[in-house]
Design a protein around this ligand. Structure first.
Ligand SMILES: Nc1nc2c(ncn2[C@@H]2O[C@H](COP(=O)(O)OP(=O)(O)OP(=O)(O)O)[C@@H](O)[C@H]2O)c(=O)[nH]1
Ligand SMILES: [Mg+2]
Length: 426
């Protein structure tokens, strides 16, 4: 049996289904719709619906993803180990990374029959580069990639969100170095870039390394800096009566100051007067884990999804502010796309025709030039031929004249000896 979700409900079906808190809110919101109230003649059994949901959720298990942003060696791994009272894999980062990269690690945890798939994402090399202008980018990209993966799964024809490993970041613990001065620009820039994408909780790390009074001043200073720079940090929800008081008081006392030295076990941490470790664990895990998951889905993912779909041209209303269904948007987009395609095809065809015409004209021009050249050469050749012919004739005439002279000369030379002979005889 599935709960009926009315059109227009903000919360996704799968989220309501897997979350008892959401179900209660959904039931509350249903009350505002005018319906006839009927009393039942006897016990029907649907009052067990919340129990059914809880049992289903427990069987299914939960997932929670934490992003730890902070400089190398600031105490990220130590806090995670202390928070979950276990020893996660720890690989110390070197201070000589060329850039920042994110390292996710997933663990299956079990507590009183409740399975938690926990992913801890570490920012390796954060704050170690000389130029830190782009240090926030791999973090933003990582968060967006997890949103994108979820969106792609949602958009599939055959979705399997039920057993999908949701890797969207539910909380970003931002580790601030206990300098005692003010926030570093890297911290401000990074938090500003992340605040619309993830729930941020600022943490003053290694709080034991500065005095209590300095820590107090530092905390006030950084919180006022965050406010004046418009950085939105996560606010614990105060709409649920059972936790509103504790959450309201925690909202006032952010950021958490954390001391997690190895020799202090949790019991000792509870007595540490200037360590908020116990408060952090209470707020993060025991009271607000579900709200963090819900905020991630209903606020941050919703924003990413909306921007992405708008970027792709999807809208809820047409230019006359009339509702526009996904089907209509798709049809409109398809028409627009086909129109575009046709226009481009026509343009290309026209371009091709023009090109052919141009080439044809060029070829004709070349042909004409060649023809002219041929005619010119032909004329030159005929001139040459004529000249040669004339020369030949001249030469022939010269040769004839010569021959005639030769014959005359020969005749003359033959007659000369006869005359000499006659003269001799005489
Ligand atoms: N004084 C003090 N030391 C701490 C605290 N938390 C952690 N440390 C010490 O700081 C050192 C680094 O701690 P890690 O937890 O490995 O720091 P990390 O941020 O995970 O370091 P990388 O993963 O290498 O970036 C260890 O020697 C810890 O014992 C703290 O609250 N106070
Ligand atoms: Mg570490």
């Amino acid at each position: 049996m599935q709960p009926f979700i009315a059109k227009g409900d903000q919360v996704a079906h799968s989220s309501v289904y897997s979350c008892p808190l959401l179900l209660l809110r959904w039931v509350e919101s249903r009350k505002t719709i005018k319906k006839r109230n009927l009393s039942l003649g006897g016990h029907v059994g649907f009052d067990s619906l919340p129990d059914q949901l809880v049992s289903k959720s427990v069987t299914q298990g939960f997932c929670f993803n934490i992003l730890c942003v902070g400089e190398t060696g600031i105490g990220k791994s130590t806090l995670m180990n202390t928070l979950f009272n276990t020893m996660f894999e720890n690989e110390e980062a070197s201070h000589y990374q060329n850039g920042v990269y994110l390292r996710p690690r997933t663990y299956d945890l079990l507590e009183s029959n409740v399975h938690l798939k926990l992913t801890i994402v570490d920012t390796v090399g954060f704050g170690d580069q000389i130029n830190k202008d782009e240090s926030y980018r791999p973090i933003v990209d990582y968060i967006d990639t997890q949103f994108e993966n979820y969106l792609q799964e949602e958009l599939k024809i055959k979705r399997s969100l039920f057993n999908y490993h949701d890797t969207r970041i539910h909380i970003c613990l931002y580790f601030i170095a206990p300098t005692g001065h003010s926030l570093k620009s890297l911290d401000l820039v990074t938090m500003k870039k992340l605040d619309s994408k993830v729930n941020i909780i600022p943490i003053i790390a290694k709080a034991d390394t500065i005095s209590k009074s300095e820590l107090h001043k530092f905390k006030i200073k950084i919180m006022s800096e965050l406010v004046s720079n418009g950085v939105q940090i996560y606010q614990f929800p105060t709409d649920d009566e059972t936790v509103s008081e504790i959450n309201a008081s925690m909202n006032v006392s952010l950021a958490f100051c954390i001391t997690c030295v190895a020799h202090l076990v949790t019991a000792a941490l509870e007595n540490e007067s200037h360590c908020d470790f116990v408060k952090l664990r209470e707020m993060l895990i025991r009271v607000n884990m579900e709200d963090l998951r819900e905020q991630t889905h209903a606020r941050h993912y919703e924003l990413y999804r909306r921007c992405k779909l708008e970027e792709m041209g999807f809208k809820d209303t047409d230019p006359d502010s009339q509702p526009f269904s996904l089907q209509e948007t798709y049809e409109a987009k398809r028409k627009e796309f086909l129109g575009d395609l046709q226009r481009k095809e026509e343009e290309m065809r026209q371009m091709f025709v023009n090109k052919v015409k141009e080439t044809e004209a060029e070829l004709k021009e070349k042909e004409r030039e060649l023809h002219d050249k041929f005619e010119q050469l032909k004329r030159m050749h005929q001139d040459e031929k004529r000249k040669v012919e004339e020369k030949r004739r001249d030469l022939e005439e010269e040769m004839n004249a010569f021959n005639r002279k030769k014959v005359a000369a020969e005749t003359l030379s033959l007659s000369q000896p006869l005359k000499k002979e006659k003269d001799k005889k005489k």
